[in-house]
Design a protein around this ligand. Structure first.
Ligand code: IPE
Ligand code: IPE
Ligand code: MG
Length: 274
């Protein structure tokens, strides 16, 4: 007679156990969410928007700020936990000096001008990226804005500035490598979780939905690790035209998708039915 205890495992309990190690929260919670906790947006198309009207690209960037305000307000009202906006990539330094300087100036002005309103609306501002390349004045403004909103409990607004997904992973790996070098941890403790703890936005949910405006189908070195299982929505609308309806449309597309996280469709249906 076999000594193995025979039992009928509860398939759902098993699934929950198997996946709980891989996901930021319980799988059943994740699949049941129709509203994303974390939305990341590649705000593209400012230049083309301006050019279509025979205007300089800068005009598009200024109009883009209004779309940012609308997106923040919509995300706040809907109760989305985190909104991550790609404002300036590590590759955008390659643009003409004039455009880069203008974008820096705009970033400074907007941070200064919008701070009160963000704070009033309980928005917590978090700049992600290598800010050491920015002017001392801009770095100071970033510190002021983050400190002022640090205790806010509403939407967490991550603004990616001089950000690159590869840079983010590399800086996290460097921090871990230093810990190994000093003997604080050994190399077998360099796990996904350990690396995750050193990434930007480490205390927030992973990206559920990534939207790109402007008609192109690429990620352009935006959040790579954190968006490993994000639903991708690409839309033709140019960023300055992205309004509340466009945001809601993208959320509706998200809600209609079946997220499977490596499981089969029927496994997901079983979990949904719990
Ligand atoms: C996105 O719009 C904003 C930034 C990259 C700062 P673009 O400036 O890339 O606009 P297009 O893609 O040239 O139209
Ligand atoms: C991505 O847009 C960066 C931001 C939106 C800030 P880009 O316009 O720089 O992307 P590519 O170069 O077309 O991929
Ligand atoms: Mg572009």
């Amino acid at each position: 007679m076999s000594s193995t205890v025979e039992f009928e495992p509860d398939p759902n309990a098993e699934l929950e156990q198997v996946t709980s190690n891989m996901l930021p929260c319980k799988l059943s919670d994740v699949v049941k969410q129709s509203l994303p906790k974390h939305v990341a947006i590649i705000m593209d198309g400012n230049g083309r928007w301006a050019q279509q009207q025979g205007k300089a690209r800068v005009f598009g960037h200024k109009a883009g700020v209004k779309a940012v305000r609308r997106a923040v307000s919509t995300a706040s009202q809907l109760g989305i936990e985190s909104l991550t906006l790609f404002a300036f990539s590590s590759e955008n330094w390659r643009r003409p000096d004039k455009e880069v300087n203008l974008l820096m100036e705009l970033f400074f002005t907007v941070l200064q001008r919008e701070l009160k309103l963000l704070d009033k609306n309980q928005v917590k501002l978090n700049i992600i990226g290598d800010i050491s390349r920015f002017s001392a004045r801009l770095q100071k403004q970033i510190a002021t804005a983050q400190e002022k909103t640090a205790a806010n409990t509403g939407l967490t607004l991550n603004v990616a500035a001089n950000y690159g997904g590869r840079w983010d992973i590399l800086q996290a790996a460097q921090k871990l490598a230093e810990k190994v070098a000093t003997g604080e941890i050994n190399s077998s403790q360099m796990t996904e979780d350990a690396l995750n703890e050193h990434l930007c936005m480490q205390n927030q949910s992973e990206v559920d939905l990534m939207i790109r405006t402007g008609g192109d189908y690429r990620i352009s070195n935006f959040v790579l690790w954190q968006a490993a299982y994000a639903e991708l929505v690409f839309i033709d609308t140019l960023w300055p035209d992205f309004d509340e309806q466009a945001f809601r449309d993208a959320l509706a597309i998200f809600a209609s998708r079946q997220r499977r996280f490596g499981l089969t469709g029927s496994q997901i249906e079983e979990i949904r039915a719990i």
